[in-house]
Design a protein around this ligand. Structure first.
Ligand code: GDP
Length: 296
């Protein structure tokens, strides 16, 4: 994951760390290297520009260069700013004081959304002991309903599905009533995915959102699609809104551009990382640990 970026940043920072003294020219040279490494990792260019400007300003200000171990201080600043870029502090899901907590899952077809429903159900069940139900509101494709049934059952969640007989909005309303009746703690609502963002998709998502009033809307994006994932996130943000991102397929993402850009571009943090095809390959996203991992 992010191997090339990691290697380049580590080489640059090792060089900085080893110097007894640092000049402004040394900082400028290091910033150039960092800028290149981030651009090669497919990080949004505006994000790169503002990141390096902030790091440089902090390194040149507050007499960092005049202090003992200036290199170490610079490394610390890069770490802090990388953590901020990845979202800052870890963000936990919010739970409603009046269950069920409703989580609405959105995303394009193939992004890993339906798998993420199962993964999140398993995580909440195992980590929080929550009684979880999932609702099959992707009624466009019978295969999608069948897939949710499978992953839901594997996760140990109750699956509310009506096949493809009812419109998605009716299934969503019905599932919410069921979840209340059954005393579920959490209801995760899967929604239709399409290959591209279109008006029909968004209208359906907005209608379901307004009907089930979710505590949290999660958008699943495929990390392997780089800046396309960020563009998709911007479109969902404009049309239906979301609260947090599930960054999927991080295991196959060699570059890291989407993960490092999405918070800065959309203002919404990554809440979960999906790192494989199995239901257990799913974690709460910790910006601090990710920054640590990148910087070694
Ligand atoms: P949906 O159409 O958005 O619901 O996408 P799916 O959940 O069906 O996932 C599409 C494909 O991506 C499936 O083959 C999944 O097994 C695979 N997939 C989902 N998440 C991940 C992940 O984190 N890593 C990898 N390697 N594959 C994933």
């Amino acid at each position: 994951m992010f191997d090339a970026l990691s290697e380049k940043l580590q080489a640059t920072l090792d060089d900085v760390r080893q110097r007894g003294t640092l000049t402004e020219a040394d900082v400028n040279a290091a910033m150039r290297e960092i800028r290149l490494a981030l651009l090669e990792a497919d990080v949004n260019y505006k994000v790169v520009k503002s990141f390096t400007a902030t790091v440089k300003e902090r390194c040149l200000g507050a007499d960092v260069l005049g202090q003992l171990n200036p290199g170490q201080q610079v490394v610390g600043i890069v770490h802090e700013e990388l953590k901020a870029l990845l979202g800052g502090d870890t963000i936990e899901l919010e739970f409603s004081s009046r269950p069920p907590t409703v989580i609405l899952m959105s995303g394009l077809q193939g992004s890993g959304k339906t798998t993420a429903v199962g993964k999140l159900a398993k995580l909440l069940k195992e980590d929080k002991g929550s009684a979880v139900a999932v609702a099959a509101c992707d009624v466009q494709r019978p295969a999608a309903v069948e897939q949710l049934r499978l992953v839901g059952e594997q996760a140990g969640a109750t699956v509310y599905d009506r096949g493809t007989e009812l419109p998605a909005l009716d299934v969503a309303r019905w599932a919410l009533d069921q979840a209340k009746q059954d005393g579920k703690d959490v209801l995760i609502v899967d929604t239709a995915g399409r290959l591209h963002v279109d008006q029909e998709l968004m209208a359906e998502l907005v209608a379901i959102r307004d009907a089930v009033r979710p505590q949290t809307i999660l958008l699943t994006v495929d990390a392997m699609t780089g800046q396309d994932a960020v563009n998709v996130a911007e479109q969902f943000q404009a049309a239906a809104g979301f609260d947090g991102v599930v960054m999927s397929k991080l295991d196959g993402d060699a570059r890291g551009g989407a993960a490092l850009s999405v918070k800065a571009v959309t203002g919404k943090p990554i809440l979960f990382a999906s790192t494989g095809e199995k239901l257990g390959d799913f974690q709460v996203f910790h910006p601090d640990r990710m920054a640590q991992r990148i910087l070694g």
